[in-house]
Design a protein around this ligand. Structure first.
Ligand code: GN1
Ligand code: MG
Length: 360
């Protein structure tokens, strides 16, 4: 790998660097904090893009530029103060592109948002704010004039995820199939029902819109008073079903257990997170949501744990080639925990429906 200083030097706006240190969060891209010598200047975030996963970095950065410029423009029109803390800004390299290719890796630099923090867990109060903000994020992007591409093709496509699972089962590369046959059968039993969104899309009954596609509380920056500053980690921002952002957020935030919880009794669907999140989201997204999209929100809360169970299970059968694991069998533990969450969310659907109706 090239010298980091040399790479930072490709982004002239950065100025004199005092120190560069690795940040640990996120396992997909490698991230560094670049502290600058001038105390009045911004610090920056340097990232090496994982181009095994994001194979089209040109498209990736195109999406990010369109999205951040569009949001910045809207915030300017609304005379929003403190703009550089409300939307990410990526710096141009010497050639004007927002990334630099060193012959081996792709690098990009964005402004480190001063006086910001991330939260790892939600409270009912923060889930309301987060719902409001993700709805607003989608609302601001509802009229983006350019076409955005899929940075990971078929990312939240349930039919595609089933196809991957079926291929994993057919190949049985790790020899682990016999051990998980019961759970494969259970997943197959619900597959048709869970793939309904793609079918509705083909029938023209469900649109795709620009979504974040990695909604979780840690992808949002807060100020020291707990107010939301902005949405971060825009790599998967692309056309998808709006309920992607709704369901994927609840998959982590409304789970009372860990993603790889061993004790399945701890995995329940937390309606005390669902309610404020749904309230905030619907409040800011209502202006553009169709009745069908609103109707499908409870389904989305079941779809994402189901999809994640399918993805973890396929990876387990493939021999753990995608998700990093820290202990033997972790992908199976994750699968079972996500499947349990799916069942819990399913049981809560009538309650979710009634609550959403009460909001309208
Ligand atoms: C990956 O790395 P992270 O946590 O942002 C994955 C998500 C999964 C999640 C499950 C690009 O996201 O889709 O929901 O793991 N991202 C990618 O923990 O595959
Ligand atoms: Mg991510």
């Amino acid at each position: 790998m090239k010298d980091l200083k040399e790479i930072i030097g490709q982004f002239p706006e950065v100025g004199e660097v005092q120190e560069t240190r690795a940040l640990t969060s996120g396992w997909i891209n490698q991230t560094y904090l670049v502290k600058t010598a001038d105390p009045t200047a911004y610090d920056y975030v340097l990232q090496r893009v994982n181009h095994q996963i994001f194979t089209d970095v040109e498209l990736l950065q195109h999406n990010i530029e369109v999205v951040t410029n569009h949001i910045r423009h809207k915030l300017e029109e609304a005379h929003t103060e403190d703009l550089d803390r409300k939307v990410l800004r990526f710096l141009p390299a010497k050639d004007g592109k927002t990334y630099y290719f060193d012959g081996e890796s792709y690098w990009r630099v964005s402004v480190f948002i001063p006086r910001s923090q991330t939260l790892e867990a939600v409270t009912p109060e923060s889930s309301y704010l987060v719902g409001l903000k993700f709805g607003e994020f989608q609302a601001m992007l509802a009229d983006v004039p350019q076409q955005l591409g899929e940075t990971i093709p078929d990312f939240h496509n349930m039919e595609f995820r089933m196809k991957q699972l079926r291929e994993a089962v057919a190949a049985n590369a790790s020899g682990r199939l016999a051990e998980v046959q019961d759970i494969v059968d259970a997943i197959e039993a619900d597959a048709e029902e869970m793939c309904c969104a793609e079918q509705l899309y083909r029938e023209g009954k469900l649109p795709k819109r620009i979504c974040h596609c990695d909604t979780k509380v840690s992808n949002m920056l807060f100020d020291d008073k707990g107010e939301v500053l902005c949405v971060i980690d825009l790599d998967t921002t692309m056309p998808s079903f709006v309920f992607s952002d709704f369901g994927d957020f609840l998959r982590s935030a409304a789970n009372t257990g860990k993603e790889d919880e061993q004790d399945l009794n701890n995995v329940r669907f937390n309606m005390d997170v669902f309610r404020p999140f749904a309230k905030g989201y619907i409040q800011s997204a209502r202006s553009f949501l169709t009745p069908k999209e609103i109707e499908l929100l409870p389904y989305a809360a079941t779809l994402f744990p189901y999809m994640q169970a399918v993805r973890f299970l396929a990876d387990y059968i493939n021999g753990d080639t995608y998700y990093r694991t820290t202990y033997e069998g972790q992908n199976l533990v994750r699968t079972k925990a996500q499947y349990k969450l799916y069942k819990e969310a399913k049981a809560a659907v009538p309650e979710m429906k009634a609550y959403i109706e009460s909001l309208l």
